[in-house]
Design a protein around this ligand. Structure first.
Ligand SMILES: [Ca+2]
Length: 259
């Protein structure tokens, strides 16, 4: 009985205290200038920009520019903590900066972040952007990698797809990475990096072997990504693209018998 009468009072006191703290911190210090976060490839032709709440700010103002001209204009102002930019052109790079508004003062700009309008979206195995998040290869799959660089190369987005394969004791397993639209044996714009090794070029549908001479099943890790030189060769133009590929299992032979 006593507890039930106390509870509403406690809740009221707690919320009042928080409100008072909000007000005091807001008037005491300026908002923090921080770059927003951006994701470009989860929905077609949509860039999503997010930022954290700042108790010292009344509102947020998001500005956007084409990477090609860097003339910023306001696209959102308000109290939300994210904005869906659906008015982007396909295959077009944008820069976003965030300002924070308190009273009549505007604080910013934040460092810029790059977003990309893209009609192609990331593959179904994302996020496999690190060895910890590597996709265990269990069957042939289609995926894609993307890479974009701004003019001046001050912003770079490079997708790296991490995979792992398990190879039985004393066996060598082979895989291919291929671009379906290109002939076998062609150079691709893709790179392969086996964990702990230097990167290597991927030749279209050439076999990539993982040799396990040990008596235990071994898991091999590797990454596939776009060659930086293929993304943008000219610092004054920037550039970027998506490239789809298939990863296939070819077969296995006893370790030491392959060529
Ligand atoms: Ca990918």
């Amino acid at each position: 009985m006593r507890i039930s009468t106390l509870l509403p009072v406690l809740i009221l006191v707690t919320s009042c205290t928080a409100g008072l703290n909000d007000y005091m911190s807001r008037s005491g210090s300026d908002p923090t200038i921080v770059a927003p976060r951006v994701s470009s490839f989860t929905e077609a032709n949509t860039v999503i920009i997010q930022w954290d709440e700042d108790e010292c700010a009344d509102e947020y103002a998001l500005y956007r520019a084409l990477d090609s001209d860097r003339n910023y204009s306001l696209i959102y102002q308000g109290t939300d903590l994210s904005f869906r930019d659906e008015s982007v052109l396909a295959e077009t790079r944008y820069l976003y900066v965030l300002y924070k508004i308190r009273g009549n003062s505007e604080f910013g700009p934040s460092p810029s972040v790059m977003g990309v309008g893209s009609s192609t979206i990331q593959d179904a195995y994302e996020p496999n952007d690190s060895y910890e998040d590597a996709t265990l290869f269990t069957y042939d799959l289609y995926a894609n990698v993307y890479g974009y660089k701004s003019i001046g190369f001050d912003h770079t987005i490079i997708d790296r797809d991490y995979y792992c394969v398990t190879v039985k004791p004393h066996m060598t397993a082979s895989y291919t990475v291929g671009i379906t639209s290109a002939p076998s044996g062609d150079n691709t714009d893709l790179k392969l990096q086996r964990r702990y090794y230097d990167s290597e070029d991927i030749t279209n549908y050439d076999e990539i072997a993982f040799d396990n001479p040990t008596s235990d099943t071994v898991t091999f890790y590797f990454a596939i990504y776009l060659d930086e030189n293929a993304i943008a060769s000219d610092i004054t133009n920037g550039g970027g693209s998506f490239l789809g590929y298939e990863l296939e299992y070819i077969g296995e032979v006893p370790s030491g018998t392959g060529d």
